[in-house]
Design a protein around this ligand. Structure first.
Ligand SMILES: O=C(O)CCC(=O)C(=O)O
Length: 354
């Protein structure tokens, strides 16, 4: 086990850079609540977002029939339909979604592409948030690599995955629950390669609520992807030598809110936890103004509370070659030898997930 299997809490004052560096070194999650630095920025307010970004500005939205974008659904890794829509339309849709117990489609702003900087959809909102997290910038000796804006309702869930980043994640409105698994145990999530599809709408004008999932094919030379919406598309792509895209993703969800209770017992038996116990999955809920330090390589599943949830996060580059990274790789190698997961490819690109 790296660090301690608990979440550190800071309630009264910002940690010093040295305290934060210690958390990074231990690879230990921490929650910072109600700190002076955590004053809720005006980017939490819809009027500010609309005024800064523009009501009619087109923003990228992930749309799914069930709130599971980038998740295994019925044995296939499903990508969301990515839709560009005016910001005001997005707000209208999530307002409706919020008052509906089972909406027919779920909309989530989740583009983790530095969307608050570098020409991103929310670049004009950047001046309404702190540009970085000062104690993290001081401890890590660099500015964040990416800053992202998130907005959605309780109907959207982010499934277990991990990132090669030190993540400072702050909730500005609503609430979020993180389920966390340490890099010493995430091998037991059984990562495998899954055939990949993308959600599509089948209606005559592409806006009906009849959902389907179309297979995604990849050009093995250029890595360009194509969605095969019909059998004829699929036949043509195969003829041109394209292959079905696959995505490495966790097979199991052992969180408290899993849709499959068997996953809990399989995971627990692998990591040696007492039967029926959830002790190796840490759960923490952030309310508006709270910030989580989610250390690099921790697997996480994220859910949102009632109402509209708004959040921002700062991704700082992680250091490779640390004992944490080396131990994580070693455990994954052993787990692969034991048949618990597919062997890792060489990690050539620090940005990639899994
Ligand atoms: O807020 C979410 O839905 C997911 C957050 C996440 O996965 C991340 O910040 O890496």
């Amino acid at each position: 086990m790296f660090g301690m299997q608990t979440i550190a809490e800071f309630d009264d004052a910002d940690p010093t850079a040295a305290q934060f560096a210690q958390l990074v070194c231990e690879n230990r999650p921490a929650v910072f609540r109600r700190l002076p630095h955590h004053k809720i920025p005006t980017a939490a307010e819809r009027e500010t977002v609309l005024a800064a970004v523009g009501d009619l500005a087109e923003v990228k939205v992930a749309v799914t029939p069930n709130g599971f974008a980038d998740a295994i659904v019925d044995g296939v890794f499903c990508l969301p339909l990515e839709s560009k829509m005016p910001l005001s339309e997005f707000y209208d849709l999530i307002d409706r979604e919020n008052s509906d117990e089972s909406p027919q489609s779920v909309h989530y702003i989740q583009s983790q592409n530095n969307n608050m900087r570098d020409g991103g959809d929310f670049i004009n909102l950047f001046e309404h948030i702190p540009p970085d997290v000062p104690f993290a910038t001081a401890a890590l000796g660099a500015q964040p690599d990416a800053v992202n804006f998130w907005c959605g309702t309780r109907h959207a869930t982010t499934s277990f995955h991990k990132d090669h980043y030190e993540n400072l994640y702050k909730v500005l409105a609503g609430s979020k629950t993180f389920h966390l698994i340490s890099p010493s145990e995430s091998w037991a999530l059984e990562e495998r390669s899954w055939e990949t599809s993308q959600y599509v709408r089948r209606g005559a004008f592409g806006d009906s609520n009849e959902w389907g999932a179309a297979p995604v094919y990849i050009d093995p030379q250029t890595f360009e992807t194509h969605v095969a919406e019909t059998r004829t598309d699929e036949f043509e792509l195969c003829k041109r030598g394209y292959t079905r895209m696959t995505t490495r993703w966790a097979s199991l969800d052992p969180s408290q809110t899993t849709r499959n209770s068997d996953h809990v017992s399989i995971f627990n038996s692998r990591v040696g936890a007492a039967s029926g116990s959830l002790s190796t999955v840490l759960t923490v809920t952030l309310m508006a103004g709270d910030m989580l330090y989610l250390p690099a390589l921790w697997s996480h599943k994220v859910e949102q509370g009632r109402g509209i949830t708004v959040a921002i996060n700062y991704w700082y580059d992680m250091k490779f070659g640390t004992p944490v990274f080396l131990m994580h790789q070693l455990l994954r190698g052993i787990a692969a030898d034991a048949g618990f997961m597919e062997r890792d490819e060489e990690i050539g690109d620090a940005d990639e997930e899994f």
